[in-house]
Design a protein around this ligand. Sequence first.
Ligand SMILES: NC(=O)c1ccc[n+]([C@@H]2O[C@H](COP(=O)([O-])OP(=O)(O)OC[C@H]3O[C@@H](n4cnc5c(N)ncnc54)[C@H](OP(=O)(O)O)[C@@H]3O)[C@@H](O)[C@H]2O)c1
Length: 360
Amino acid sequence: MPVTRIALLGATGSIGEQAIAVVERRPELELCALASGSTDLQSLAMAHRVRHVQVGGNLTELLEVAEPDIVLNAVVGFAGVEATLWALERGVTLALANKESLVAAGELALRAQERGGGLLLPVDSEHSALFQCLENRPLETVDSIVLTASGGPFRGQTREELGDVTVEDALAHPTWRMGPKITVDSATLANKGLELIEAHFLFGLPYERIEVVVQPTSVVHALVRYRDGGALAHVGYPDMTVPISYALTYPHRAATAVPALDLAAGLTLEFSAPDLETFSLLALARRAGELGGTFPCAFNAANEVAVNAFLAGRLPFLAIAELVEETLAAADGSPAGDLHELVQADADARRLAERELAVS
Ligand SMILES: NC(=O)c1ccc[n+]([C@@H]2O[C@H](COP(=O)([O-])OP(=O)(O)OC[C@H]3O[C@@H](n4cnc5c(N)ncnc54)[C@H](OP(=O)(O)O)[C@@H]3O)[C@@H](O)[C@H]2O)c1
């Protein structure tokens, strides 16, 4: 049996750990490289006999020596950009959890993929669901795509009620167990904003044909509406094992231990429109996406600065959106021609956000 060699970037995180569990169940999958930001990887590397290991530093140097068949990018934040571009440029299959890299570097990533000619397989559950519902059907048959949102822990609350939200409150997600940054993003709905931009670049649809709806139990992961009035949905229990396994075993759809949906037990599905006034980061992301250029990069950078400040107790919950809005208003947004210019745009936006933070 041919073995697929996987470079797992972000091995110590929530996605990283779940990916390791998937690999352990499949004899045809093997880890060939591991990376983290600062957590020691020695025992993990020993347990899985991985020779190429890196803590911090340049991820592309690790990838050059490891020569993986698949890069699973599960790093959090802009730090994942170079690895995404490295895989796409070389036509190495990219299993992408690190949505921030596609949001910030969407245009560059598409050009790199065109040159490299490799596969880009989404690991984000909604995008994996869309990928499966679309199955390469021609875009002219698609009316719109629909991303579902759980609504996070503050669904149904007003702005006034969110004034004194604590870090602990924001980290108590109702349906998913994830790393702290994405959990806060889910509470502000910035996560769905990032996903909106990610979907635009992954599937090539204009923003007006990408909708977001709230579905509190996260059982419906996404829908595609076709022009004949039919829609295809992807449903299942919320468990990242499914999209991770799908990407790592594509196109074979290997078995997992995730139970089938129990419909006879009674399953009620409720949908509603998101509250864009209370969760304004979703509307801001849409605007940044429509403006294009490096506005999505600035949105992401400002959001990372704001979320870190919130997690460190330096910024109130509602001020996350304000900081992003102020940064976007001050950002220049001109397109980045290459990685160097993109890194510059990211750094500029971080500086603007830090300045706003200092006066807030
Ligand atoms: N968790 C989910 O269910 C989920 C679902 C969909 C999409 N995603 C996306 O997947 C990505 C990872 O999310 P997560 O929840 O797994 O985050 P997490 O639990 O915070 O883990 C982040 C991982 O990235 C590593 N890392 C951070 N900075 C790095 C750097 N500069 N170089 C190399 N590694 C670095 C961390 O290493 P250390 O341990 O050293 O900090 C850790 O292994 C995010 O983009 C998120 O949006 C996650």
